[in-house]
Design a protein around this ligand. Structure first.
Ligand code: NDP
Ligand SMILES: O=CC(=O)O
Length: 321
């Protein structure tokens, strides 16, 4: 049995595959495969371990309906046509939980970096513009006691809320489609409507999945309802906010700042004006980029491949074909 792997992945996953007697081919070039290249490669393999958002759409799945399993090394599966995979009886797996802390840490980092204009200050020093101590310059804002709003209180949203309660004693409000009773019980989180979330968050952090319902949800209309002192954080998916509307809201000071780990498109263009704004911090989609999270993700993806190739249920399944 042979697996195609779309990027170089941590040894923890490869070791598991080898110990199960599974051979693999890694795409080792530092570029994305075209859809045609991916189909051509998969035609010569029995399973796909997909890293980095390759489009697993109906066209791909129909061309590769022989695949016994598609294992994502990611928790988000907005790049997959799950209904088409299920119809073709192809199991899809993902890697939930193991990256929640790392991704919540990234949101936490962006909150602080934005609140204290840290990325901008770093650039100022690099340009030789660190002048003298000015009591009224370079002022940021404190997070202590401010209200954290979570859009999508799932695993990562909860991990962030826990950190914010512990570190800054922040009251937590959230909006989901359904109540998260665990977050309410353990973190004192309060369920609010989407409009209340916009209106009352001092820091609004996105942790929902990208779906037709959440795509473009954070637009001019949404930003106009937020506090002028609010910080907007997105570590979920770039397509959930409208980047031009965000830029406009920041320029007009409709909101105070923004921290992004995800952009639309990715990579962000190096001339994007957001990169030159003091109250903005941008990272290149490194939410889960810790040694611990990535080696756990590789292991989980390999476990899904091993199960799928045996025809057994996936331990971390997205669908149930
Ligand atoms: N930057 C990065 O590197 C990373 C980004 N991510 C992104 O983070 C996302 C969340 O991951 P994770 O916490 O593990 O996922 P979970 O499934 O645990 O949580 C998602 C939450 O979003 C809520 N939700 C879904 N749809 C909506 C909606 N329309 N409106 C409001 N809330 C909604 C769900 O609740 P309910 O169903 O009740 O609405 C659920 O609580 C991933 O899908 C991925 O896109 C993940 C890892 C790393
Ligand atoms: O963006 C990363 C993921 O795991 O989803």
């Amino acid at each position: 049995m042979k697996v195609f792997i779309t990027r170089i992945i941590p040894e923890s996953g490869l070791e598991l595959l080898r110990s199960a007697g599974i051979t693999y081919t890694e795409h080792r070039e530092k570029r994305n495969l075209s859809p045609e290249e991916l189909i051509a490669a998969c035609k010569m393999h029995d399973a796909l371990l997909s890293v980095g958002g390759n489009k697993i759409d109906a066209a791909f799945l129909e061309a590769c309906s022989h695949l016994k399993v598609v294992a994502l090394m990611a928790v988000g599966y907005d790049n997959v046509d799950v209904a088409a995979a299920t119809a073709l009886k192809i199991p899809i797996g993902n890697t939930p939980g193991v990256l929640s802390n790392a991704t919540a840490d990234t949101a936490f980092l962006l909150m602080l970096a934005t609140a204290r204009k840290a990325f901008h200050m770093h650039k100022v020093i690099g340009k030789g513009e660190w002048g003298f101590f000015e009591p009224t310059a370079n002022l940021g804002m404190e997070l202590n006691g401010k209200t954290l709003g979570v859009f999508g209180m799932g695993k990562i949203g909860m991990a962030l809320a826990k950190k914010c309660r512990g570190a800054f004693d922040m009251p937590v409000i959230y909006h989901n489609r359904s109540r998260n009773e665990e977050a309410e019980r353990l973190l004192g989180a309060r369920y609010v409507s989407f409009e209340e979330l916009l209106k009352n968050s001092d820091v609004l952090s996105l942790h929902a999945a990208l779906t037709p319902e959440t795509a473009g949800k954070f637009d001019a209309e949404a930003f106009s309802q937020m506090k002028p002192s609010a910080i907007f954080i997105n570590t979920a998916r770039g397509a959930m906010h409208n980047e031009l509307h965000l830029l406009d809201a920041l320029q007009r000071q409709t909101i105070w700042g923004a921290g992004l780990d995800v952009t639309n498109p990715e990579p962000m263009n190096k001339n994007n004006p957001l990169l030159n704004m003091p109250n903005v911090a941008v990272l290149p989609h490194i939410g889960s980029a810790t040694v611990e999270a990535r080696s756990g993700m590789a292991r989980m993806a390999a476990e899904n491949i091993i199960a799928g190739l045996k025809g057994a249920p996936l331990p971390y399944a997205v669908n149930n074909p």
